[in-house]
Design a protein around this ligand. Structure first.
Ligand code: KG4
Ligand code: ZN
Length: 331
């Protein structure tokens, strides 16, 4: 079964064709980063307008790459929640138009479920159940993946998502937007022991996260340096930040694995591309003799292939929508 998927939840306009949930025939992404960079973050209205302009060419390009026509597509999947509402509406409406014209099923996909399905593409034999850490610009969840379409959230962030924290810290350090990959690069050249940062705990919720204090700690370091007229030790601070975030995330994920008896773990989402996090998770997996599944780098950030992959399993579970499908900012 070939699914054409559309993803427009934030600042990437993406389309992909995936066969039977695992074989990527094409995956095209138009990133709007350049348009948003000067504002230091995603501007929702600009994002919506760019999606309107890019959605048709990117879909055409995905079909061309797959060497397929619309007539070869069996179903249309689309991200309908969570995300920027104006951005989501562009994708949902476009997918509805395709589904209506082609008389093919319309499959609504939750973006977070999509991130989890990225692991199915990189690891064709991976099947639920497993424990998954979803870490991106908007999300931070420890999720028990019970089946392809049934999930239990064990932990979540109480404030910022880690990607958001990365982006804010990067801005303070003058590393530009988006900050995650710049922090990752800078961290490789720094000493993580020079600026110890807090590892905030959430009272009575061992698997919940809090990242806002970390950002404040970086702001304070920068402020102190400027008051003393000292130059900012960007690389050391970035190293400390990456190391601290990696430990906060990995410690909770592995503790949850132990408590809930999971031997197979995954980590997905934009922040799962972080090299310090990937290596710490691999180190812990070896220590505890657990199996770790990390999607390839190109599948960590937003893309439509992961939406098509999850769409396949939603379709098998009978989760098909009619033409009243709507978009929702939060799920
Ligand atoms: O999954 P994603 O593309 O979009 C959301 O669903 O939010 O994640 C984007 C986030 C951004 O905050 C970006 O700074 C972060 O992922 N990110 C990284 C890295 N690459 C992207 N964070 C840390 N290290 C990286 N290498
Ligand atoms: Zn995402």
């Amino acid at each position: 079964m070939r699914i054409l998927a559309i993803e427009t939840s934030c600042d990437e306009t993406a389309a992909a064709v995936v066969e039977d949930g695992r074989r990527v025939l094409s995956s095209k992404i138009y990133s709007q980063i350049e348009e948003h960079r000067i504002f230091g973050g995603v501007v929702p209205e600009i994002a919506s307008r760019r999606h309107v302009e890019c959605i048709t060419p990117i879909t055409r390009a995905a079909l061309e790459d797959a060497k397929l026509d619309l007539a070869d597509i069996d179903a249309i999947a689309v991200t309908h929640t969570p995300g920027l509402i104006g951005a989501l509406l562009v994708g949902v409406n476009f997918a509805k138009g395709l589904s209506f014209a082609l008389e093919k099923p319309l499959i609504p996909v939750n973006h977070i479920r999509g991130h989890i399905a990225a692991a199915y593409i990189t690891f064709p034999k991976l099947e639920p159940p497993f424990l998954c850490l979803v870490v991106s610009g908007g999300h931070c969840n420890i999720v028990e993946v019970i089946s392809y379409t049934s999930f239990r959230v064990i932990g979540k962030t109480r404030d910022d998502a880690p990607g958001e924290a990365f982006d804010k810290a990067a801005r303070v350090l003058g590393l530009g937007y988006p900050g995650g990959s710049a922090m990752d690069k800078a961290a490789k050249l720094g000493d993580h022991s020079r600026f110890p940062l807090p590892r905030p705990k959430v009272e009575d919720s061992p698997y919940d996260f809090s990242f806002s204090g970390l950002k404040t700690a970086v702001v304070n370091i920068a402020h102190n340096a400027s008051q003393k007229g000292e130059s900012l030790q960007t690389e050391d601070i970035a190293a400390s930040f990456c190391n601290t975030v990696a430990h906060i995330l990995a410690d909770k994920l592995f503790a949850a694995a132990k408590e809930f008896g999971h031997t197979r773990l995954a980590c997905v989402g934009g922040v799962a591309a972080n090299s310090q996090l990937r290596s710490l998770l691999a180190q812990y997996a070896e220590r505890d003799s657990l199996k770790l599944f990390l999607p390839s780098f190109d599948l960590c950030g937003d893309n439509a292939a992961m939406i098509a992959a999850q769409g396949y399993y939603e379709f098998l579970a009978g989760n098909i929508s009619d033409m009243t499908l709507n978009a929702y900012a939060s799920s």
